[in-house]
Design a protein around this ligand. Structure first.
Ligand SMILES: [Zn+2]
Ligand SMILES: [Zn+2]
Length: 327
């Protein structure tokens, strides 16, 4: 099964943080952080349906204006998720412009902004172009299992981490795939057909063994007796973590969030030898990033957000991460 999610760092390992994630079969794309977005084409930027912002330091958020400039006057909705205080930042950015001509447009641009201000609590605010981006529809949301967004089976989880203030880490996972063993269906003398879709769904959703499945002839059988007709393949998972202090709490939260990910994008602002400075600035070293990736059991680690002081030393930085990861 080809992976659905195709991530790329918009500005490489040294530039402003921004991870563009294309989803195969879908026109939409996800963004994790919005540093400088100028390398993205207008076409790609307009595909962004969801943007997840770790925190609003300028190197992670300056690109919002690029998206705004391009999307104004078009029919578009963008779901945005950020930490406590996020909606106010967006409001002030939007109110930095004059919107007196909005009546001349038919198309509406909508930002649905959620701020995760406590582990299971979020507040959503809507800002609409046609309403001159005033605050609308503020409402409280209950968050279960850390899931801050879900669409077409693709789920995004968030964890509140600690930088200078709260900073969100994210993990995006595609849905699990269920495959039917055609030979086993035949051996049981069962016909193929639509009922197998219901069977696959029930297995993916983890329904109990006594859950009834309706067969092609209208009779029902318990899920437990049919489960061996289907195998489950876990979907691809990508985690994105940046701007975090090296603390035991952060380490534990990142390991939980990124557990078993196929790829972990993780900041490595400082080289191993500059551990003290990393601590002062509430960032990770290459060694810390590699150790966390190893503890989370990820398949691949992609370090980024290298400080410009290491320009020309990318190989050294990668080696330091790799040696902690493979230790
Ligand atoms: Zn920061
Ligand atoms: Zn940063």
């Amino acid at each position: 099964m080809r992976p659905l999610l195709h991530p790329s760092l918009v500005n490489g390992r040294f530039g402003d943080p921004a991870l563009f994630v294309e989803t195969l079969h879908q026109r939409s794309a996800l963004l994790f952080d919005m540093g400088d977005l100028t390398p993205l084409s207008a076409r790609d930027l307009l595909r962004v349906s969801h943007a997840f912002i770790s925190h609003t330091h300028i190197d992670h958020f300056i690109g919002f204006d690029a998206l705004l400039r391009l999307a104004v006057g078009r029919e578009k909705r963008v779901t945005m998720v950020g930490p406590a205080g996020f909606a106010a930042r967006i409001y002030h950015k939007l109110q930095g412009y004059e919107w007196d001509l909005v009546d001349r447009y038919d198309a509406d641009l909508v930002f649905d902004v959620s701020e995760l201000y406590a582990p299971a609590r979020a507040r959503r605010t809507r800002f609409r172009f046609k309403n001159a981006f005033r605050r609308e529809q503020e409402e409280e949301l209950g968050i279960s299992n850390a899931i801050v967004a879900e669409e077409s089976g693709i789920r995004v989880e968030a964890a509140i981490l600690d930088h200078h203030g709260p900073c969100l880490g994210f993990a995006v996972a595609e849905p699990a795939h269920a495959n039917v063993w055609k030979n086993r269906v035949d051996e049981r003398g069962l016909p193929t057909g639509q009922w197998l879709q219901a069977l696959k769904r029930a297995v993916i959703e983890g329904k109990p063994g006594d859950h009834p499945i309706m067969l092609a002839d209208g009779s029902t059988e318990a899920l437990g007796a049919l489960r061996d007709l289907v195998t489950i393949t876990q979907g691809q998972k990508i985690a994105y973590v940046t701007d975090v202090a090296d603390t035991p709490n952060n380490r534990a939260a990142i390991v939980k969030l990124a557990q078993g990910a196929d790829t972990l994008f993780i900041e490595s602002r400082f080289a191993a030898a500059d551990r003290e400075q990393a601590q002062q600035r509430a960032h990770l070293t290459t060694t810390a990033a590699g150790e966390i990736a190893r503890a989370a059991g990820v398949r691949k680690v992609e370090p980024f957000h290298f400080s410009p002081r290491y320009a020309g030393e990318e190989e050294r930085m990668l080696k330091e991460v790799a040696s902690a990861f493979h230790k």
